[in-house]
Design a protein around this ligand. Sequence first.
Ligand code: ASP
Length: 606
Amino acid sequence: MTPYQGVTLLKSHSCGELRKEQVGDEVTLAGWVDRRRDHGGLIFIDLRDREGIVQVAFNPETSKACHRVADRMRGEYVIRVSGEVSLRPPGTENSKLPTGDVEIIARDAEILNPSKTPPFYINEDIEIEENLRLRYRYLDLRRPQMKENIILRHQIVKFIRDFLDAGGFIEIETPILIKSTPEGARDYLVPSRLHPGKFYALPQSPQQLKQLLMVAGMEKYYQIARCFRDEDTRADRQPEFTQLDLEMSFVEEEDILCLMEKLFSAMVAVIKPEMRINKPFPRLSYAEVMDRYGTDKPDLRFALELKDLSDIVAQSNFSIFTSTIASGGKVKGICVPGSAAYTRRQLDELNQLAQGLGVGGLVTISLGDTAGGSLDNLNMEMVRSAVAKFLTLEEVKEMAERLGARMGDLLLVIAGEPKIVNSALGELRREIGYRLKLAEPGALAFAYIKNFPLFRKDEATGQWASEHHPFTRPWDEDIPLIDTSPEKMRSRHYDMVCNGYEIGGGSLRIHTAELQKKVFRLLGYRDEEIEERFGHMLEAFEYGAPPHGGIALGIDRIVMLLAGMENIREVIAFPKTQSAVDLTFDAPATVTEEQLAELHIRLREE
Ligand code: ASP
């Protein structure tokens, strides 16, 4: 407890701090009525403040006036109570409450403010419709889980600040009203009153600013930065989100990766010691994770790896397999442990999931009914599969062995174009991991993904695009390829993933004007455009820009993972809905004609 807690002019202690040691003390508490029980004469109030709950007893024999006040108290009333801390009578202790050995015998009480009946229970852990929670977020935040999430968020951010401060970093704020900085999303624009027809863009990230801070000689910068991206919202995305943004000069990748590994290890050890963290964080290549897990953000809490089965079935009698392989495709699979007895319906569900991901069909192979035995006794009678008649026992056995299967397991096999096969099996792997609860609870499986390509070609336009952002440095030996085969260029980008989420990414940066210009040209910018949009960066690079690199980590996702939540809205005080609406304020909202006129804006009829 810090000395400040509870010590204000209106209260002497916080509700949650009272223990046996304070018995006999006179205290004054203030907070909310969590629950009220009238035991015919005796009234009990569970009084709640941020630090916890304590029971207050109102006995008419102690104070009639005080008991009368308590008689008017209802749920969520704000009250103030003075009285003596006493031991609860033997047998009435509440072992579930940290304050459960004591109660306050009230001598004086006042109602500071009544409350309407809240639209949902604050004191019960029940499912409440999310829009209602968001509409009354200030009540929702009174609920214990939400309060814990917000406090955890504070602890995490404070830990980050202290850790980086100790490491010689300084926090520097950068502007929110700035110019478009390309991170691949749509910008939020802010019209300018003083400059008709001109707009600021809210930063998608402080990318260019932090690089300019390196040119400015700041060497080690960080910021708990708000970023804005006008994208469709998802469970792990919000139009505005918070990232730990960090940049360092004179570094190699490993400086940054090791620093982040140390930060997370220390943070989890202090803030969530009950969680387990894998160390060192594996460094995996993009190609490898796509091949083994079918995604660039694998959940490494469980294995269930994708395996290439093409060589085993290339000569089989199943023409879909053979023709796919002959035309450059692949046959790959995963093994679902102990699930040979999946019903028709369960298999259909998996098939639908796969088809929704663009594959022609999912081949399922059930290996007998008895669980766990070795494959030695397997015969074709035990194999259940729509394509069993096209496969030999050897082929089935070899596939099963490669997938590490045992009797009673279910093989899921997909044939097709490698990219599609990988991503569909990757999704199935995720789904199976979730269904079978393969992830160990409390585990945090971090990894770095490296060796991404620098560019990708937009299929529709044929235009080159940055795989991450245009400031990413390529491998030095790949630089000459920019004129001949950009697709072969490897980037010095790294992603950080944890439990199936991308929680951050960064890179070493280009720091010469010449290379940066070449990249912009490849991305299709004309020289005037480069000058107009990025002239400030190119110019800065001509004044002694140091080699530098950095990373940005999604604070919302990190807090979500450490809080054990499945949605970032649960760890943001005032989040927006899936359709980017703030339900407490009802934003976005219309504005007056005068405001529009001042901004030189006329609305168009859609
Ligand atoms: N600016 C990047 C982002 O926000 C991260 C980085 O490269 O540091 O995703």
